[in-house]
Design a protein around this ligand. Structure first.
Ligand SMILES: [Mg+2]
Length: 268
């Protein structure tokens, strides 16, 4: 894994005059991680760079998040961007992706899990739940460090005990566990579909760039293997990413460099 800015010129050389497909996670990538999901916000410069890139005909932009789609659209709110929510289950602004409508069984199971977990974790201060329609998030960023392991164990045990049909799976992120239907559909599948649709539209001349900071982004990094680049936000670690940047400020720096590149005349 290479530091992105040490390899930038060769990345641009590989991209040549390809159309950029920019696939960006939200929390911890575009917006700094905040104590609660409600507190997270796009930095002003990042917002104006995204607006600039969204208008550029040489770029397709997608924000790919674990957030529910309405929540995500509310946080970003820029026209001309593809929104992918619930780790790929929901999409807006593209015909390449369907939106999953959970069947009644899934909905009832999630509501039941919500009630059970709320009771089991009632005495752990700082745990809160977020019903995202297609999934249920258990957030524990605000929990005392000594209780964090207990939350993880309790959630895993509850799912094992109550979900006898094995209908749900747990997607683990930074201090959040997402209970979702087991569908073999994740950020990676969504990204693969989006990139393929762009390739069809542009006769293959497409250079995808995925940027993300969390465990659930690994599916998307893997989906891009052999094409474009996959950029991890954070310290380099064992990952399917090809490159890394340090933090959300360096993501903004990358967006600035791309906006400059896409503003240059084509070499053709
Ligand atoms: Mg993230």
């Amino acid at each position: 894994m290479r530091r992105l800015f040490d390899d930038w010129e060769s990345v641009l050389a590989r991209a040549a005059d390809s159309h950029f497909v920019l696939l960006l996670d939200f929390d911890g990538t575009l917006a700094p991680i905040a104590p609660t999901p409600d507190d997270a916000a796009l930095p002003r410069e990042t917002r104006s760079l995204l607006e600039r890139l969204a208008e550029n005909p040489r770029c397709t932009l997608a924000v790919v998040s674990g957030r529910g789609i309405e929540d995500l659209r509310g946080k970003v709110g820029i026209p001309g961007i593809v929104y992918v929510g619930n780790h790929g289950l929901e999409a807006d602004g593209t015909e390449a992706l369907p939106s999953y409508e959970p069947p009644r069984l899934a909905r009832e199971l999630l509501t039941w899990m919500h009630r059970e977990l709320a009771a089991r974790l009632a005495e752990v201060p700082g745990v809160f739940f977020e019903d995202k329609n297609a999934s249920l998030a258990v957030h524990y960023r605000l929990v005392a460090p000594r209780d964090a392991a207990r939350v993880e164990t309790d959630v895993r045990r509850a799912v094992e005990a109550l979900d006898v049909g094995g209908f749900l799976e747990i997607a683990a992120g930074k201090m959040v566990l997402d209970l979702r239907p087991r569908l073999d559909w994740n950020k990676g599948t969504a990204v693969a579909h989006l990139v393929r649709a762009e390739e069809r539209l542009r006769a293959g001349a497409v250079f995808p760039i995925y940027v993300g900071d969390d465990a659930t982004d690994e599916d998307a990094f893997r989906a891009l293997e052999g094409r474009g680049i996959a950029v991890l936000v954070g310290e380099p670690r064992k990952s399917h990413a090809t490159h890394y940047v340090k933090d959300t400020e360096e993501v903004a720096r990358m967006l600035r460099a791309l906006a400059e590149r896409c503003g240059e005349p084509l070499n053709r």
